[in-house]
Design a protein around this ligand. Structure first.
Ligand code: 76R
Length: 275
């Protein structure tokens, strides 16, 4: 275990998330003998296996499309000490100067402040829409179903297990804070209504897009990291396009750079990036 000598920094809720994008310095790599190359790749493979077998820790590895970067990692783990130790080890795993940072992003998994509460669901959906009466068997059953669904949902948001879908898209974003378009000066109900519209659009991509929104206020340059996984690049392009018409993104969205990667098994990944 890394960072054993230190006090863990484990959040009350959620995990730390690091997106780490590196360039491969092929000039440096070409100075290695075949044997040294083999040893370096074995070292990185071993480290990735160690990370993946650490409790509550996940590591996605992918090849970045375009020269923005070559090799991408997404690391999710509770303890910031462990995240930091693994991040440094990954950077050095192929030997000094072979991997060079191209971009990185630190965020944390979070529950949303706009998640429907029990009280809202009761008032708006069960009583309001469905005309159910509190205390009846049907009402209690519907409420139990809601509780189970929400517990499962919250678990996924805070402690996600991401699928091996090949296409991974990452970009950071913030909500605008200027003039009449200041998200943070809107009252809670207005924001909640706007977010409900956003979620409606999002849900039409169920099964095609897996989204993970991780918070980064105070941690990195933007306010959230957006990670989208898909099997088809079209679904990434479509959802981001469609969201642009949604008021939350149209009026309030500000975006950083976009990165597209392809998740691959390690041997294919090494070949792909020329190692
Ligand atoms: O929490 C949920 O999954 C359900 C409701 C929901 C919230 C609270 C939701 C649903 N999102 C939420 C929060 Mn989202 N999301 C984005 C982007 O490119 C763009 O224009 C925006 C980038 C996409 C593509 C996307 C997709 N979402 C957020 C937040 C935090 C806002 C805050 O707290 O103020 C951001 C920054 C954000 C951005 N969203 C969904 C999706 C999809 C696909 C869904 C449906 C998920 C599902 O129900 O399966």
């Amino acid at each position: 275990m890394p960072a054993q000598e230190t006090t863990p920094i484990v959040p009350r809720e959620g995990w730390h998330v690091l997106h780490l994008f590196h360039h491969v310095d092929h000039a440096q790599w070409s100075l290695y003998s075949d044997e040294e190359k083999r040893q370096a790749k074995t070292r990185l493979t071993g480290l990735i296996q160690e990370i993946r077998s650490t409790l509550d820790t996940h590591l996605l590895a992918f090849s970045i499309v375009s020269p923005k970067a070559d090799l991408g990692f997404m690391l999710l783990t509770p303890d910031l000490q462990v995240a930091n130790a693994f991040e440094k080890q990954l950077a050095l795993s192929l030997g000094p100067g072979v991997l060079n940072p191209a971009y990185s992003y630190l965020s944390m998994t979070e529950s949303s402040e706009y998640t429907t509460t029990r009280a809202q669901y009761t008032e708006e959906t069960l009583v309001g829409e469905k005309g159910m009466k509190p205390g009846t068997d049907a009402f209690e059953a519907a409420l139990k179903e809601f509780d189970d669904r929400m517990a499962h949902y919250l678990q996924h948001r805070l402690y996600p297990v991401l699928p091996d879908w090949p296409v991974i898209c990452f970009y950071p974003m913030s909500k605008r804070r200027s003039g009449a378009d200041n998200w943070y000066s809107l009252d809670y109900d207005t924001r909640r209504k706007l977010m409900a519209g956003h979620a409606r659009t999002g849900r039409t991509y169920s099964g095609r897009i897996l989204q993970l929104i991780t918070g980064s206020t105070g941690l990195d340059e933007y306010e959230w990291g957006v990670t989208l996984l898909a099997k088809d690049t079209i679904d990434i392009k479509s959802i981001v396009y469609e969201m642009r018409f949604d008021e939350v993104s149209a009026r309030f969205g500000e975006f950083g750079d976009f990165y597209i990667g392809i998740q691959l098994p390690l041997d294919a990944l090494f070949r792909r990036i020329g190692l």
